[in-house]
Design a protein around this ligand. Structure first.
Ligand SMILES: [Zn+2]
Length: 330
């Protein structure tokens, strides 16, 4: 059984009664969390306990995509990692945890995300809660490929030069304190991103039943669009980005494209572009020939029906608007 649950659909800040960006992709019992912006942690925990989260990917370091990662980390630390006692072996002990080897939650993110997480709460340090994998250590197209592939104005975001906190840029290497989480044989987390290729974009990581491919897309900070593939299933999420040919290639033939549609109407004239209009999202979906387009990251106050109409004018397939609690069977 496969389903995608929308945890939050707002960009920037959450509207009353809503939350910022977040999704839960559940496939054959594996729960993959995709972004955790403002207000999403409570919604996530209404759908699944922290101990049943199997992996997390954060596309970029902006708080509307990662602020509630700290909340999930706390839930993980104080429930799953709670020290076992003689009278209560605890969740961790039931999964083989020992005092010297706590269970870590696999987390794919940028070094910038890790820095913000550490700034929020340095103790316990996030690398003692999460098994951190640097998204930028995965396959990346050469800048020349980006340039030649990009249609329309676009630019590669600046790379962060601030110190890293353990997350290595060596391909696929896990953070130093990490150990592959052990949950029976259910989780197989590949140590190196070498298995298979997604749409000619290079190799990815094996994460449970999924192959994860990440591609750098144009935004104010390093943002990785992600593709999660399993036999008979492919879900692509843009994160936040301006129009990019790489997004089209990442999404090529996907069953579902979750695409940011922050803007409406005519695209802004300012360059470089860091966000997309709903029409541009529709155009990307059409070029990639995806099955369904799910618009998200709406600017607060946006009339979402207008966004859907603008995307439908460009894309003949199904177009939906993300909505808190919406669940799609895939
Ligand atoms: Zn955002």
């Amino acid at each position: 059984m496969t389903r995608l649950t929308v945890l939050g659909s707002c960009g920037a800040w959450p509207e009353p009664g809503r939350a910022c960006t977040g999704f839960l992709l559940s496939h054959n019992g594996f729960n993959f969390v995709i972004d955790l912006g403002y207000g999403t942690a409570s919604r996530l925990l209404t759908h699944t306990a922290a101990r049943d989260v199997d992996a997390v990917v954060i596309t970029h370091e902006h708080p509307d995509h990662m602020a509630d990662l700290s909340a999930l980390g706390r839930a993980w630390h104080y429930t799953v990692q709670a020290p076992p006692t003689p009278t209560d072996p605890g969740e961790g002990a039931r999964h083989g945890q020992t005092a010297s080897r706590p269970l870590l939650l696999p987390l794919f993110c940028t070094t910038g995300t890790l820095r913000r997480l550490e700034a929020t709460e340095p103790h316990p340090h996030p690398t003692t809660i999460f098994d951190v994998r640097d998204l930028s250590s995965g396959p990346q197209l050469h800048p020349a490929q980006e340039d030649s592939a990009t249609q329309g104005p676009s630019t590669a975001p600046e790379r962060s030069t601030a110190p890293e906190h353990g997350a290595t840029r060596e391909p696929g290497a896990a953070q130093g304190l990490s150990a592959a989480r052990q949950r029976g044989a259910a989780l197989e987390l590949g140590a190196t991103p070498e298995h298979g290729a997604a749409q000619g974009l290079g190799s990815g990581w094996d994460v449970g039943p999924f192959q994860l491919t990440a591609v750098l897309l144009p935004h104010h900070v390093p943002n990785h669009g992600v593709r999660l593939s399993a036999p008979g299933l492919s879900v692509v999420y843009s994160g936040d980005c301006g129009p990019s040919r790489l997004l089209v290639e990442l999404a090529r033939g996907a069953d579902l494209l979750i695409c940011e549609a922050t803007l409406q109407g005519e695209p802004p004239a300012d360059e470089p572009r860091q966000l997309m209009t709903a029409a541009e999202a529709g155009r990307a979906a059409a070029e990639a020939k995806v099955g369904t387009l799910l618009l998200t990251h709406f600017w607060p106050g946006t009339d979402r029906a207008v966004s859907v109409a603008e995307a439908r004018a460009e894309f003949p397939g199904d177009v939906l608007a993300a909505d808190e609690g919406l669940t799609l069977a895939l």
